[in-house]
Each structure stands twice: as C-alpha cells, then as structure tokens.
Design a protein around this ligand. Structure first.
Ligand SMILES: CC(C)(COP(=O)(O)OP(=O)(O)OC[C@H]1O[C@@H](n2cnc3c(N)ncnc32)[C@H](O)[C@@H]1OP(=O)(O)O)[C@@H](O)C(=O)NCCC(=O)NCCS
Length: 151
C-alpha cells in the first residue's frame, strides 16, 4: 500500500518507472560512467526491491531512493529529488520512509556514502540526524559494467 506524506506519494519502484527514474538520476547528476543504471536497477529488483522507493507528485516521479539492509547496516543510495522540487521536505520524507522500512527489518544503523564535494547533500543529511563517521570508505569492484556493455 503506498504511503502518502502531505502531497508526496511514496511507493516501491515498479518496472514501468525505469525511464523516469534514470532521467531523475541524470537530472540530479547521479549517473557515473562506471555504473550502468539499467543494470543497477535490475540488480536492485533482485534484492529487496521493496526498499527501492519512488516519490510521486500528481503521478509524476520527482524523487527516489534505493535502500538496503544486509543484516548489519542499512544503506541508502541514489537519493534524488528533482531540481524543481527541492527544499520542500520531499528528501526528508523519502528518507523517513526508508528509515521506517529499515527499522521494521531490525536494522540498527544506516550508513551511506557522500562525495566530499557534495556539501549540500552532507548538510541535508546532517539536518536529518546523520553524522560523519570517522572511517575511510573502501571499495572493490566485483563486476565491470562497462566491459559488460562492450561484450
Ligand atoms: C540532497 C537532496 C536529496 C535534498 O532533497 P530536498 O527535498 O531538497 O531536501 P528537504 O527539502 O527534505 O530538506 C531537508 C533538510 O535539509 C536541508 N537542506 C536540503 N538541501 C540543502 C542544501 N542544498 N543545503 C543546505 N541544507 C539543505 C533543508 O533546509 C531541510 O532542513 P530543515 O528541515 O532543518 O529546514 C537533493 O538536494 C538532491 O537530490 N540533490 C542531488 C542528488 C544528491 O546529491 N543526492 C545525494 C547523494 S549522496
């Protein structure tokens, strides 16, 4: 059942949302050459698809977040609010709904990664009660989406 928060309607992603969500990511500068957005969506639909949320206004997708829980930490990725709809509390509403769903699964803490240069997103998250953890973020690529595209 979709959750309605003021005028933003929040519900899990549906396959027919794909083009609109990728356009939203593009408008929010979240696309990176090393991430194939179609494959990212395909992978998310295979793992906890109910934690991939979109926010709609009058039936149009204006926001989205991809959350997940691996049994120890919850994660937020691809948080986006369309540029024309920012500073109206929609980002806060979407994260609150993701938090609610993660908490329901027993998740004790959320982690997320923000680029050091993305000071606006860091300030946004601070306002929502997130703090910078004094840890280094490390990563290792297990699959090269670009190589896959070229096959
Ligand atoms: C970050 C983002 C999701 C915020 O969405 P939003 O709907 O504008 O945020 P909200 O209106 O819900 O704001 C919530 C709080 O954050 C603050 N905030 C939001 N954007 C801010 C900004 N650019 N600078 C400072 N504070 C900001 C608001 O003032 C508000 O604080 P308050 O409730 O204490 O008054 C949106 O700017 C975005 O999509 N950015 C591009 C994509 C991105 O960087 N995603 C995160 C990747 S890690």
């Amino acid at each position: 059942m979709p959750t309605s928060l003021t005028s933003l309607t929040i519900r899990p992603f549906r396959p027919e949302d794909e083009d609109a969500v990728i356009r939203l990511w593009q408008d929010c500068d979240l696309l990176r050459a090393y991430n194939d957005p179609h494959r990212d969506i395909e992978r998310k639909l295979a793992v906890q698809p109910e934690l991939f949320l979109v926010g709609l206004l009058a039936g149009e997708i204006v926001a989205g977040v991809m959350a997940g829980y691996e049994g120890h930490r919850g994660w937020l990725n691809y948080l986006a609010v369309a540029p024309d709809h920012r500073r109206r509390g929609f980002g806060r509403q979407l994260v609150a709904e993701a938090e609610r769903r993660l908490q329901k699964l027993g998740c004790p803490k959320i982690n997320l990664q923000v680029r050091h240069t993305n000071v606006q997103a860091m300030e946004f998250y601070r306002r929502l009660g997130f703090a910078v953890d004094e840890v280094a973020s490390m990563g290792k690529r297990l699959c090269d989406d670009q190589a896959h595209q070229n096959q």
